[in-house]
Write a protein that binds this ligand. Structure first.
Ligand code: WTA
Length: 645
């Protein structure tokens, strides 16, 4: 069998699960034998959630790129590692074989070295979805530099904050990126982010759109020039090599910034050994990958889903990963199906927001496209509503493809709760069962495990995890205390996910959404405090409060209540200015969908904003607002209700 640790039946799932809980050392030690280590571990796991201190495969040495590339050679030299589909369907597809991937990653690792990048340095990557982005990520991993990929929808200010937090000294970017009919000027955003920055030494610029860019002597270099020169260094008489840096299993692999309930994004840190084992294990098991299958994950590599299920999970499994530059609705809403037909995609992994948006176009865009190669479908990023689940099942899976509903987070590195395609049962809207090694527990506000079912037979509460799995975050960059406070301090000895959840009699889990002040807009995580901070930067704004509300396509929309006392003019114009401010401070992805101007916000006598009330009003539930008598100024609630948009 290609993957000896691939779970083959429901019975085996239960057997493996039991072993993983009773003997985690034995279980994960055995799984880890299937990877290439330069040196094996001294101990499989050491941990406590108090500090927290979590170490997997301590003492082991490896380089993740040897697992993602070298070990598949020469057997898979001619097989596609990455199939790249451009934004514009008229443009040529690129197929990157494992041999080619090896060459490009070696070359780029050499480029980094030539430019002075060393093990442990932080390299910020801000690129569109081109194969070069994967080369950049893997090139960093090859020399042991810590990559920090930033999604193309973030603004210069956001990048500047992240550069500062990570003390990044190098940047890899593109002149621009194509997305649908847009051409996003990435280099120009980087230039803005670098105003006043004194620590970035080099910016490597890949040409994609050939939009005019400023190139500063001594700082900015062209990817193409650098790669050409590096080629002469890594290739000798037709043999390509670049020695991979030997990394400790617990050395950081990357930082990925994500939003929490505070105003400042956190740099989630994942390490080499555990993350590799976890992404590979979950990829192989959840999707039931078979060698030769084409896996199409539609996420952007700027998010964790792209890191884990376009790059590290699939490549470490020697799989074929399809990478798409564009968006599902351009040039028309049939794009995914055209790609599926063209590349004979077997596994499609996407987000509920994409499914809902495509559902809105009806079945016409699917007609005439042969999507019969599909054998597995997946969803991630937010709860999937039953209507979207059934549409996906009926019109895309033709009722023959299992749908895996995968629940996980940036912090978890890979999937924690999901059915396994065709192996365990699916249930529409339910993530179902935990993967081996994952021990969920549902607690009440006080951290006490909920054991009583409520009237509909469900156990409901906040979702925590009892013990670490190999892919759990290790810290938040530069601030370990923050990591402890955010995830390990709410409830003693538990990792708190921030999600609400329910469990049925068969032990299936359904994730109901965030219980903290984090929104999930089109599958993108955004903190309400972050958006409020940005709105408050607008000159005329006194104060604001941001909540989520149900949105047909995006899952959640952003609703902002704003107290404004600036110069009075057309209020629509001010709305646009506020949006523009948010775009500048965070990025276009955080722009509020609705802005309501108010004269005051409902506050308790101690000055705390009563978000519960604002959330209800935004949701349209105006009749049942609960007790408002403790408010400082109850009258403000009526005004807000009447002004709802
Ligand atoms: C939500 C994305 C319901 C959840 C991988 C989580 C989900 C947050 C699901 C993490 C799912 C993710 N069902 N909710 N299958 N998958 N979520 O860090 O609220 O971008 O806490 O990671 O997305 O978002 P993040």
């Amino acid at each position: 069998m290609a993957y000896p640790y691939q779970i083959a039946s429901l019975l085996q799932y239960h057997e493996f699960y039991k072993k993983s809980v009773e003997d985690p050392e034995g279980f994960w030690g055995e799984v880890a034998e299937n990877f290439q280590w330069r040196r094996k571990w001294d101990s499989v796991i050491n941990w406590n959630f108090k500090e927290p201190k979590i170490e997997w495969f301590k003492g082991a040495k490896l380089n993740i790129t040897e697992n993602c590339i070298d070990r598949h050679l020469p057997a898979k030299a001619g097989e596609p590692a990455i199939i790249w589909e451009p934004n514009n369907p008229e443009e040529r597809t690129r197929v990157v074989t494992y041999a080619r991937l090896h060459k490009r990653v070696c070359q780029f690792a050499q480029v980094l070295k030539n430019n002075g990048v060393k093990k442990g340095d932080r390299v910020c990557i801000y690129m569109g979805m081109v194969p070069e982005l994967a080369y950049a990520v893997l090139g960093c991993a090859r020399i042991g530099a810590i990559h920090s990929v930033i999604f193309g929808g973030f603004s210069a200010q956001s990048i500047a904050d992240r550069l500062e937090d990570a003390q990044a000294t190098f940047i890899v970017t593109c002149d621009g990126a194509y997305r649908g009919n847009k051409d996003i000027p990435l280099k120009s955003v980087i230039d803005d982010a670098l105003i006043g920055n004194k620590i970035v030494k080099k910016v490597i610029v890949y040409t994609r759109t050939r939009t005019p860019v400023s190139m500063i002597k001594g700082r900015d270099v062209w990817w193409e020039d650098e790669m050409e020169y590096a080629e002469t260094q890594v290739e000798k008489e037709g043999v390509v090599s670049f020695p991979a840096e030997e990394m400790d299993a617990e050395d950081p692999l990357f930082i990925l910034y994500t939003s929490g309930s505070t105003g400042k994004p956190k740099g989630v840190v994942h390490t080499c050994g555990g993350y590799m084992v976890w992404t590979n294990y979950t990829f192989v098991n959840v999707f039931q990958y078979k060698p030769g299958d084409v896996h199409f994950c539609t996420a952007d590599i700027g998010w964790i889903t792209g890191h884990s299920y376009i790059v590290y999970g699939p490549l470490s499994a020697g799989a074929t990963s399809l990478m798409f530059e564009g968006i599902p609705t351009w040039p028309d809403a049939g794009r995914f199906w055209e790609i599926t037909e063209k590349h004979k995609v077997n596994i499609l992994y996407t987000a509920p927001t994409a499914i809902r948006s495509l559902m809105g176009f009806g079945e016409q865009p699917i007609q005439g496209k042969d999507i019969s190669s599909l054998n597995t479908l997946g969803t991630v990023g937010e709860p999937i509503n039953e209507e979207a689940w059934h549409w996906y099942d009926e019109h895309i899976g033709k009722k023959t493809c299992p749908i895996v509903d995968t629940w996980w987070q940036t912090e978890t590195g890979g999937i924690l709760i999901s059915n396994l395609a065709g192996v365990t049962l699916s249930k529409p809207g339910w993530a179902t069962l935990p993967l081996p090694g994952v021990q969920p527990v549902i607690v009440d506000e006080n951290g006490k495990e909920v054991t009583e079912k409520d009237e509909d037979g469900m156990i409901k509460g906040n979702l925590c995890i009892k013990a670490p799995w190999p892919g759990i975050l290790r810290t938040t960059y530069g601030d370990h205390e923050r990591c402890r406070l955010n995830y390990f301090a709410t409830y003693e000895n538990l990792y708190f996910t921030g999600d609400g959840c329910m469990k049925d009699e068969d032990g299936n889990y359904r994730i109901t959404g965030r219980v903290d002040d984090v929104l999930n807009v089109s599958g993108h995580r955004i903190g309400t405090a972050e958006v409020e901070n940005a709105i408050n930067m607008h000159t005329g704004v006194v104060e604001s409060a941001v909540v989520g509300y149900p949105h047909d396509i995006k899952g959640q929309g952003i609703y902002a209540y704003v107290i404004y006392n600036g110069r009075m003019q057309d209020m629509d114009q001010i709305r646009k200015d506020v949006n523009q401010t948010v775009s500048r401070i965070i990025g276009p992805i955080a722009k509020p969908d609705k802005i309501q101007f108010v004269s005051g916000l409902p506050k308790t006598r101690s000055g705390k904003i009563m978000r519960r009330i604002l959330r209800k009003i935004a949701e349209g539930e105006v009749s049942n607002l609960g007790d408002t008598s403790t408010l400082l100024d109850p009258a403000v609630v009526d005004e807000i209700k009447n002004g709802k948009i």
